[in-house]
Design a protein around this ligand. Structure first.
Ligand code: HEC
Length: 120
Protein backbone atom coordinates (compact mmCIF):
# COMPACT_ATOMS: atom_id res chain seq x y z
CA UNK A 1 0.00 0.00 0.00
CA UNK A 2 2.77 2.39 0.94
CA UNK A 3 4.55 1.67 -2.33
CA UNK A 4 1.38 2.27 -4.29
CA UNK A 5 0.80 5.57 -2.52
CA UNK A 6 4.36 6.64 -3.22
CA UNK A 7 3.89 5.75 -6.89
CA UNK A 8 0.68 7.76 -7.17
CA UNK A 9 2.33 10.76 -5.60
CA UNK A 10 5.36 10.50 -7.81
CA UNK A 11 3.70 10.01 -11.20
CA UNK A 12 1.73 13.30 -11.36
CA UNK A 13 4.81 15.21 -10.23
CA UNK A 14 6.99 13.48 -12.79
CA UNK A 15 4.58 14.01 -15.67
CA UNK A 16 3.96 17.64 -14.69
CA UNK A 17 7.66 18.45 -14.95
CA UNK A 18 8.11 16.57 -18.20
CA UNK A 19 5.48 18.73 -19.95
CA UNK A 20 7.91 21.57 -20.41
CA UNK A 21 11.23 21.29 -22.16
CA UNK A 22 14.52 22.64 -20.84
CA UNK A 23 14.23 25.47 -23.40
CA UNK A 24 10.76 26.44 -22.17
CA UNK A 25 11.83 26.32 -18.54
CA UNK A 26 14.89 28.47 -19.25
CA UNK A 27 12.81 31.03 -21.18
CA UNK A 28 10.16 31.25 -18.46
CA UNK A 29 12.79 31.71 -15.76
CA UNK A 30 14.45 34.53 -17.71
CA UNK A 31 11.11 36.31 -18.07
CA UNK A 32 9.79 35.53 -14.61
CA UNK A 33 12.60 34.79 -12.13
CA UNK A 34 10.37 35.17 -9.02
CA UNK A 35 10.68 38.91 -9.51
CA UNK A 36 11.08 41.36 -12.38
CA UNK A 37 12.03 39.67 -15.65
CA UNK A 38 15.69 39.97 -16.68
CA UNK A 39 14.49 40.82 -20.20
CA UNK A 40 13.03 44.15 -18.99
CA UNK A 41 16.48 45.54 -18.18
CA UNK A 42 18.92 43.35 -20.11
CA UNK A 43 16.85 42.84 -23.27
CA UNK A 44 15.41 39.73 -24.88
CA UNK A 45 18.78 38.19 -25.74
CA UNK A 46 20.71 39.70 -22.82
CA UNK A 47 22.42 42.19 -25.14
CA UNK A 48 21.63 45.08 -22.79
CA UNK A 49 18.91 47.67 -22.93
CA UNK A 50 18.50 51.42 -22.60
CA UNK A 51 16.08 52.03 -19.75
CA UNK A 52 16.03 55.77 -19.13
CA UNK A 53 17.74 59.08 -19.77
CA UNK A 54 17.48 61.77 -17.10
CA UNK A 55 19.22 64.77 -15.61
CA UNK A 56 20.85 64.82 -12.19
CA UNK A 57 21.57 68.43 -11.09
CA UNK A 58 21.57 69.42 -14.72
CA UNK A 59 23.99 66.66 -15.75
CA UNK A 60 22.58 64.25 -18.36
CA UNK A 61 22.63 60.64 -17.17
CA UNK A 62 21.58 57.30 -18.58
CA UNK A 63 20.33 54.20 -16.83
CA UNK A 64 21.09 51.12 -18.89
CA UNK A 65 20.99 47.40 -18.25
CA UNK A 66 24.40 46.04 -19.25
CA UNK A 67 24.88 43.25 -21.77
CA UNK A 68 24.94 39.97 -19.80
CA UNK A 69 25.34 37.55 -22.70
CA UNK A 70 29.10 37.98 -23.14
CA UNK A 71 30.46 37.56 -19.62
CA UNK A 72 31.96 34.25 -18.43
CA UNK A 73 29.92 32.04 -16.11
CA UNK A 74 31.95 32.67 -12.90
CA UNK A 75 31.39 36.43 -13.21
CA UNK A 76 27.72 35.94 -14.11
CA UNK A 77 27.29 33.71 -11.05
CA UNK A 78 29.12 36.08 -8.72
CA UNK A 79 27.27 39.20 -9.89
CA UNK A 80 23.79 37.71 -9.62
CA UNK A 81 24.51 36.77 -6.03
CA UNK A 82 25.78 40.22 -5.10
CA UNK A 83 23.98 43.48 -4.48
CA UNK A 84 23.92 45.57 -7.65
CA UNK A 85 22.70 49.15 -7.64
CA UNK A 86 19.71 49.44 -9.95
CA UNK A 87 19.02 45.74 -10.05
CA UNK A 88 16.54 43.86 -7.87
CA UNK A 89 18.02 41.36 -5.39
CA UNK A 90 17.19 37.85 -6.49
CA UNK A 91 17.53 34.71 -4.46
CA UNK A 92 18.26 32.21 -7.19
CA UNK A 93 19.49 28.67 -6.72
CA UNK A 94 22.60 27.34 -8.46
CA UNK A 95 20.45 25.41 -10.92
CA UNK A 96 18.41 28.53 -11.69
CA UNK A 97 21.55 30.56 -12.34
CA UNK A 98 22.91 27.81 -14.60
CA UNK A 99 19.56 27.72 -16.41
CA UNK A 100 19.62 31.49 -16.97
CA UNK A 101 23.17 31.27 -18.30
CA UNK A 102 22.10 28.41 -20.56
CA UNK A 103 19.21 30.56 -21.82
CA UNK A 104 21.56 33.36 -22.85
CA UNK A 105 24.00 30.95 -24.55
CA UNK A 106 21.63 28.30 -25.86
CA UNK A 107 22.32 28.98 -29.55
CA UNK A 108 26.10 28.65 -29.27
CA UNK A 109 25.77 25.64 -26.93
CA UNK A 110 23.46 23.93 -29.42
CA UNK A 111 25.87 24.65 -32.29
CA UNK A 112 28.78 23.27 -30.23
CA UNK A 113 26.79 20.13 -29.38
CA UNK A 114 25.90 19.52 -33.02
CA UNK A 115 29.55 19.98 -34.03
CA UNK A 116 30.86 17.53 -31.42
CA UNK A 117 28.25 14.91 -32.39
CA UNK A 118 29.20 15.03 -36.06
CA UNK A 119 30.99 11.88 -37.22
CA UNK A 120 34.67 12.49 -37.94
C1 HEC B 1 15.42 46.75 -12.95
C2 HEC B 1 16.43 46.41 -13.90
C3 HEC B 1 17.15 45.07 -13.84
C4 HEC B 1 16.61 43.81 -13.82
C5 HEC B 1 15.15 43.43 -13.81
C6 HEC B 1 17.73 42.87 -13.85
N1 HEC B 1 18.90 43.57 -13.88
FE1 HEC B 1 20.76 42.75 -13.96
N2 HEC B 1 21.58 44.63 -13.84
C7 HEC B 1 20.86 45.81 -13.80
C8 HEC B 1 21.80 46.92 -13.63
C9 HEC B 1 21.41 48.39 -13.57
C10 HEC B 1 23.09 46.34 -13.58
C11 HEC B 1 24.41 47.06 -13.37
C12 HEC B 1 24.93 47.64 -14.63
C13 HEC B 1 26.23 48.35 -14.37
O1 HEC B 1 27.02 47.91 -13.51
O2 HEC B 1 26.47 49.34 -15.07
C14 HEC B 1 22.91 44.91 -13.71
C15 HEC B 1 23.96 44.00 -13.74
C16 HEC B 1 23.82 42.63 -13.96
C17 HEC B 1 24.91 41.69 -14.06
C18 HEC B 1 26.40 42.05 -13.97
C19 HEC B 1 26.93 42.40 -15.33
C20 HEC B 1 28.40 42.77 -15.29
O3 HEC B 1 29.02 42.75 -16.38
O4 HEC B 1 28.92 43.07 -14.25
C21 HEC B 1 24.37 40.46 -14.28
C22 HEC B 1 25.12 39.14 -14.47
C23 HEC B 1 22.93 40.63 -14.31
N3 HEC B 1 22.63 41.96 -14.11
C24 HEC B 1 22.03 39.60 -14.53
C25 HEC B 1 20.65 39.74 -14.39
C26 HEC B 1 19.72 38.63 -14.45
C27 HEC B 1 20.09 37.18 -14.76
C28 HEC B 1 18.49 39.14 -14.21
C29 HEC B 1 17.19 38.38 -14.02
C30 HEC B 1 17.20 37.35 -12.99
C31 HEC B 1 18.64 40.59 -14.05
N4 HEC B 1 19.97 40.90 -14.15
C32 HEC B 1 17.60 41.49 -13.85
C33 HEC B 1 19.51 45.96 -13.90
C34 HEC B 1 18.60 44.91 -13.87
Amino acid sequence: MKVLLALFMFIPLYSATSFITKEEYAASLYHNPRGIGCNLCHGEAGKGKHIASYKDKGVPKVFDGKPINTIPFPLFYERINSKIIGMPRYYLTDVEIQTLYYYLHREELRRAAVKSNRPK
